[in-house]
Design a protein around this ligand. Structure first.
Ligand code: NI
Length: 267
């Protein structure tokens, strides 16, 4: 059980590559070129239910040297998000989004509430809740039902609390000067990129360019059997300096609306 920030982040990475072996492969490809991989951010997902809202999920990070640094509205995906930065600039930013339940049907709201009710009292306040996986029972039928309204809701129902993606900080990779070259390198090595809205989301004008792999499909155990569904993806971010010379550290809502589609089913 992770009791401090370093062990929590390590546990998150270990669990993440266990269900997303492609991320380990890409990580190894970078290291083989002599690059040192730094994480730009780690993305977590939840619902805006009071027991598991962004603020609840963020608490252990705020207690470990992170500070709130910005918030975002993703209108297309009906999400609200906040990002957090550590005083040590080498630490990944933490990006936490929550699905705005009131923007969905009563049926979806009740379904999600029935999942959250299964979390043992107080477990959501434990230090490593954000890496514990699925704290509720869920059937294939329930997953499919949620998927009709929101692939995001279905993803959280199936995978629970764990990183949705890690993001490589391209600026720290010495052997790549731009995101185009990085994408080309990945494709030459057989890595499929998410091309929804173009392979590169964002531009230097918004100080952030990002690309990502497609989410890999894995077999997930539900209470009534196994089903193959999209799991996690690996993301790549290049940041540009603001007029004051400091790299932009925020996120761009319009780009992320597209990136969230990486875990839509059928890709
Ligand atoms: Ni991201």
């Amino acid at each position: 059980m992770a009791k401090n920030l370093a062990s929590l982040l390590e546990k998150m990475w270990t669990d993440y590559v266990a269900i997303n072996p492609l991320a380990q492969k890409v990580y190894d490809l970078f290291e083989a070129r002599g690059d040192k991989v730094l994480n730009d951010h780690i993305a977590l997902r939840t619902f805006n239910h009071p027991r598991v809202s962004v603020d609840v999920i963020a608490a252990p990070f705020l207690a470990s040297g992170y500070k709130y640094c910005g918030d975002y509205h993703f209108t297309e995906k009906k999400l609200y998000a906040k990002h957090y930065e550590h005083s040590d600039a080498l630490m990944p930013k933490i990006f936490i989004s929550e699905l705005k339940l009131e923007d969905f049907s009563k049926d979806l709201q009740l379904t999600v509430a029935s999942l959250i009710e299964q979390i043992p009292a107080g477990q959501e306040h434990t230090f490593d809740f954000s890496s514990m996986g699925r704290p509720w029972k869920v059937t294939k039928a329930l997953y499919e039902k949620l998927m009709k309204e929101s692939d995001y809701a279905a993803w959280v129902a199936a995978f629970g609390y764990r990183p949705n993606h890690f993001t490589v900080f391209i600026n720290a990779l010495k052997s790549f000067t731009d995101i185009q070259a990085l994408n080309t390198f990945l494709k030459e090595n057989g890595v499929k990129l998410n091309s929804s809205g173009g392979e590169i989301k964002g531009t230097p004008a918004v100080y952030l360019e990002q690309s990502s792999t497609l989410a890999n499909n894995i077999e997930v155990k539900f209470d009534d059997g196994v089903m193959t569904i999209p799991a996690c993806y690996y993301e790549f971010a290049r940041r540009y300096p603001l007029a004051n010379g400091n790299l932009y550290q925020g996120f761009v809502a319009a780009s992320a609306d597209k990136i969230f589609e990486s875990t839509s089913k059928g890709q």
